[in-house]
Write a protein that binds this ligand. Structure first.
Ligand code: M6R
Length: 364
């Protein structure tokens, strides 16, 4: 049941800390701070390429995974939504790896992509939440997210659990390929292990996000911006808002804004920015400043180090815990989900069962 929560989605949002902890502890030894991966259907030390495929939020988790794996393990990664990949007929290297990401393990397009990739000689690893699902059974190997049942149609805890698995994989691959030192591995696993605690603190901070939600609920269109590994989280913010509040939202890479979407900017379009301090901070902040100069109302998620610069032009700045840039996408996923939730509640939509949507899309 929902316990004391109004909706399954609210309950599931509050499960982030536990789910993240359980999922991370599967692959990180807290004593040695080393990543311990189970036997995989391919050898990450020599695999020539990884092809990611998935749908919806699971695809966006895969997009973050792509940034992580390329950055940490220097493995070439391709990714595509399953409904495209299955008809795209991409050239695939002999002995390549395929990673399918799915909460249900039953999504029709992802399953079709899995079968195609397998038939084309790829070693298939599935990241799924439902053990004994079709994808679990048909893949060459499975890594489970330990998110428990997710009832709300909008993916919340399953999404961050997918990120937790993919972050662990990126670090494990980096070690296997010699692109990540033991010292860096220990530093980044420590950063990951702190995420559940930060997530709990964030959930306590609900009122700032509720205030933001009151303004966003009045908008007809909303723009989400981010760069690097925060770009897929901007897409996730837009997807979640559309899905449950029926407000039109778009996610953009912050640097792409001046190539079109900036034409939309006016007082009526909130611009929600994911802008933690780190190597891409200055670039993102300057994109936001351009939007502010055109009357855009900037609402930014950042950290203590990023806040002063953003406060000069942003209407709202929500300060998240300070973390290593590597784990920032996991942390930023939580407030964008919370924002969508609060907006949907204000709009009075059916949060757990939005119109026209199914929890698992088992037809093409
Ligand atoms: O079960 P799956 O992870 O394969 O589902 C994929 C998408 O249908 C799913 O993530 C969908 O986009 C969610 N409703 C997003 O919140």
């Amino acid at each position: 049941g929902k316990g004391n929560y109004r909706h399954f989605m609210e309950k599931e949002l509050h499960e982030h800390p536990v789910v993240l902890g359980d999922t991370l502890r599967q692959h990180i030894d807290p004593a040695t701070r080393a990543v311990v991966l189970p036997p995989l259907p391919f050898d990450p030390a020599v695999v020539p390429r990884i092809t990611f495929s998935a749908c919806g939020s699971a695809y966006l988790a895969a997009q973050v995974g792509r940034y992580w794996i390329e950055q940490v393990a220097r493995i070439p990664v391709d990714s595509d939504v399953a409904s495209e990949l299955r008809y795209r007929d991409p050239p695939l290297p002999e002995g390549g790896a395929a990673l399918l990401v799915s909460q249900s393990g039953e999504t029709a397009d992802t399953l079709a992509a899995l079968r195609l990739l397998k038939q084309r000689g790829q070693h298939v690893l599935a990241v799924v939440n439902v053990s004994e699902s079709t994808m679990d059974r048909e893949s060459d190997g499975t890594l489970l997210t330990i998110a428990g049942p997710e009832i709300g149609v909008a993916s919340t805890k399953a999404f961050t659990a997918q990120l937790a698995v993919l972050a662990s994989l990126a670090l494990g691959f980096g070690r296997a390929r010699g692109t990540l030192s033991a010292g860096e591995e220990a530093r980044l696993t420590a950063a990951l292990l702190e995420v559940p605690g930060h997530a709990a603190a964030l959930l306590e901070k609900g009122s700032e996000i509720q205030d933001m939600a009151r303004e966003v609920a009045l908008a007809r269109d909303v723009l989400f911006l981010g760069r690097g590994s925060l770009y897929p989280i901007a897409l996730e913010g837009a997807l979640k808002l559309k899905e449950i509040s029926y407000i039109h939202a778009e996610g953009y890479a912050a640097g792409e804004m001046k190539h079109g979407p900036i034409a939309l900017i006016d007082r009526d379009v909130p611009v929600i920015a994911l802008c933690p301090s780190g190597p891409l901070f200055e670039k993102t902040a300057s994109n936001l400043q351009e939007a502010a100069a055109r009357g855009g109302r900037i609402m930014a998620f950042t950290d203590a180090a990023g806040a002063p610069a953003l406060r000069r032009f942003a209407e709202r700045v929500v300060v998240l815990p300070t973390v290593d840039p590597f784990v920032a996408p996991i942390l930023h996923a939580i407030p964008v989900q919370l924002l969508a939730y609060h907006v949907a509640v204000l709009k009075g939509t059916d949060v757990d069962q939005p119109r026209n949507l199914a929890k698992a899309v088992t037809v093409e």
